[in-house]
Design a protein around this ligand. Structure first.
Ligand code: FMN
Length: 145
């Protein structure tokens, strides 16, 4: 099994409606091809993890690469993995713009800032650390109402 992590820039400012549109159309197709992962969005950037078989991850990445909703794609990591980090998630979607100001500032201190939001790191370990931090916060009261 393989994992691709990439960062890209959205061509339009992001909000939950736009992220949800991508998630809603991705989940059925990802489930059908055994892809799991997470799509993190700031107001300006995406950070996505795709996990699955070599052929499936590559085929999906090629489709995503050509999607004109984003550009400036950078591959952050491509690894062989022996277990999924996002088992059960056909695509988990999280918008860091929905974090409350206090938590957002703390994450900006830890990971840096980019265009008034949390900077999505280009180092694989840091990107996974940010993803893990935000994923653990899912059930905590740190989100805008
Ligand atoms: C940031 C981003 C992430 C995406 N993630 C997925 C995904 O996980 N699965 C998926 O099927 N499509 C995803 N898409 C949509 C694909 O780029 C593409 O539109 C979709 O797979 C349909 O492709 P097709 O029209 O060639 O069939 C994503 C698009 C963007 C902009």
């Amino acid at each position: 099994m393989y994992r691709i992590i990439y960062k890209s820039r959205s061509v339009t400012p992001l909000n939950w409606t736009l992220v949800q549109d991508i998630i809603m159309s991705s989940v059925p197709s990802n489930e059908a091809s055994g892809i799991t992962g997470i799509l993190l969005a700031s107001e300006t950037h995406f950070l996505q993890v795709l996990e699955g078989k070599f052929e499936d991850v590559n085929a999906l990445f090629r489709r995503i690469f050509h999607d004109d909703r984003h550009d400036e794609l950078s591959i952050i990591g491509f690894s062989v993995i022996d277990a999924r980090l996002f088992r059960g998630w056909g695509m988990l979607g999280i918008g860091t713009f929905e974090l409350n100001t206090k938590i957002e500032s703390e994450l900006m201190e830890k990971y840096g800032a980019e265009e008034d939001g949390i900077r999505f790191p280009l180092e694989e370990w840091k990107a996974l650390s940010l993803i893990n931090d935000v994923k653990l916060m899912r059930e905590l009261p740190v989100w805008k109402k």
